[in-house]
Design a protein around this ligand. Structure first.
Ligand code: NAD
Length: 489
């Protein structure tokens, strides 16, 4: 069966032209449709209802009502956790469909999406278990011997706004802890990738989540902008670009709405003089270009000792040249297409700017000759990159890696930190304690020493312009609480 036929067969979504609002599949206010385009064949393979302002207003009203009057925030934590475990079970049953949806919409390889989609049910189970034992009420003794109770209360109605690159994983990082805390949610997925949140809504419905607790309206920026300004939204939880994040922070500041932001990155991998390059490549190659480089924590800058640059870059380039670019559903493929036309335009613009600014194009830089359709781009490596160049400073969001030489540890740290971003990073060394000491000096929210991993049980988020707040782990649940202190006189 061909790619498009398979996508059409797999996604039997009977309510694709409705929105999940207030526990029902609601009729849209307009007949506008979103087209879901295959990045591999460039064909439209599904249409979805596109949310307009009256639709998102209905979703906000339902979430407000469910928070102010509904059972969800008032249930015992065990009752809430039981519903979440049922949502997780429903999601687990639909994992094959979730992986196909991700690959079909974004072009991420199916091998990767089959593995990474498992995080979605895991997050619901994880936060369900966490809330069962979370210290929601703490008692403290005052100086006069009397007590006060410190209570964690749900922050309220949450707007969850997510990008297209890892649509459901990123949404689950918000919805699972928000529901666990007792919040209600209006989700606005990216207009390019509406399938996944729709499946999540079906799983919530089948699990018996009370009406209005989770609502979904896929839509574009204008509707998103209305959502973040709405006085009934208590908190905005956003993942996306730094530009949009700054705008959202400004809008939220005007009415002091709570906000957490997971934004862009320009992460550096530092290969130290004592590192074994062949061991390093096992994680450096896949994590420099995950989802064809369209992941916020991609290791897009590689810093190597000047004395080892030829060896390190040579080994990396040799490995990159073995990567297969092609059909994301072919098991032999390492790199699928970029997710959309505008992504390829953007990446090609950065490649041109690297060349114009004098970086040395070592490999790639063009469209693969064997792919005559789809938004493909070759894995691309630049050498002789100066930290002042655009390709060294800005997030490209494509398979483009910049190599930079350093003279000593201090120079390596300075170059790793020479960006407005601070999301992630990696250190490769024969001495893990040396790696730890360097990791402490890099201004980023997470680092790995000898091997790349992102674990949902650990906090993830950014320093500097990579964001505010941490998702994952207990820190990810704390984002959805307000602290209240009750004194006894
Ligand atoms: P984007 O900022 O263009 O859009 C993200 C989402 O925000 C979309 O749903 C979009 O419709 C919405 N949006 C945009 N402007 C808005 C506004 N003014 N008001 C309300 N909603 C608005 O980002 P994108 O191109 O979809 O995604 C790529 C970006 O996401 C990259 O910068 C990447 O680094 C970042 N990202 C960050 C993380 C992280 O965890 N830090 C994870 C994945 C992606």
């Amino acid at each position: 069966m061909g790619y498009i036929d398979r996508a059409r067969t797999v996604f039997q979504l009977k309510n694709a032209h409705s929105f999940y609002i207030d526990g029902k599949w609601a009729k849209p206010s307009t007949d506008k449709l979103l087209e879901v385009v295959s990045p591999h064949t460039e064909e439209v393979f599904m249409t979805f209802a596109e949310g307009a302002i009256p639709d998102v207003d209905r979703a906000i009203a339902a979430a407000r009502q469910a928070f102010d009057k509904g059972p969800w925030p008032r249930m015992s934590v065990d009752e809430r956790a039981d519903v979440m475990v049922r949502i997780a079970a429903n999601l687990r049953e639909r994992l094959p469909e979730l992986a196909e949806a991700w690959s079909a919409q974004v072009g991420a390889t199916h091998g990767f999406t089959q593995y990474a989609s498992k995080q979605v049910p895991l997050l619901f189970d994880y936060y369900a278990e966490m809330i069962r034992t979370w210290p929601l009420v703490d008692e403290r003794t005052r100086d006069d011997g009397r007590v006060a109770r410190i209570v964690s209360e749900p922050v309220g109605v949450v707007a969850a706004i997510t990008p297209w690159n890892a649509p459901l994983v990123l949404l689950a990082y918000k919805v699972a802890p928000a529901l666990a805390a007792g919040c209600t949610v209006v989700a606005k997925p990216s207009p390019e990738t509406p399938i996944d949140a729709h499946i999540l809504a079906e799983c919530c419905e089948a699990a018996g989540l009370p009406a209005g607790v989770f609502n979904v309206v896929p839509a574009g920026r204008e509707v998103g902008d209305h959502l973040i300004r709405h006085p009934s939204i208590d908190k905005v939880s956003f993942t996306g670009s730094t530009g949009a994040g700054i705008h959202i922070a400004q809008v939220c500041a005007e009415r002091l709405a709570r906000v957490s932001l997971e934004l862009g990155g320009k992460s550096a991998a530092i290969v130290l003089d004592d590192a074994d390059i062949h061991t390093a490549l096992k994680s450096l190659v896949p994590f420099s270009m995950p989802i064809t480089g369209q992941v916020c924590f991609s290791l897009t800058r590689v810093l190597a000792p000047r004395s080892r640059m030829e060896e390190v870059m040579g080994a990396y380039v040799a490995a990159v040249k073995t990567l297969n670019v092609g059909d994301p559903f072919d098991a032999a493929t390492n790199l699928g297409p970029l997710a959309m036309q505008r992504q390829r335009d953007r990446v090609e613009g950065y490649i041109a700017s690297g060349i114009a600014e004098g970086a040395q194009l070592i490999t790639g830089g063009g469209r693969p000759q064997h792919c005559n359709q789809g938004f493909f781009i070759e894995p691309t490596v630049f050498g002789d990159v100066d930290p002042s160049m655009k390709i060294a400073r800005e997030e490209i969001f494509g398979p483009v890696v910049s190599f930079m030489a350093f003279d000593d540890e201090e120079d390596a740290v300075a170059k790793a930190n020479a960006t407005d971003y601070g999301l992630h990073g990696a250190i490769y060394t024969a001495d893990p304690e040396r790696g730890y000491r360097m990791a402490r000096q890099v201004r980023a929210g997470s680092l790995t020493v000898n091997g790349m991993i992102v674990d949902p049980k650990m906090p993830f988020g950014g320093f500097k312009q990579s964001g505010v707040g941490r998702e994952g782990g207990p820190e990810g649940l704390e984002l959805y609480f307000e602290t209240k202190c009750i004194y006894f006189g």
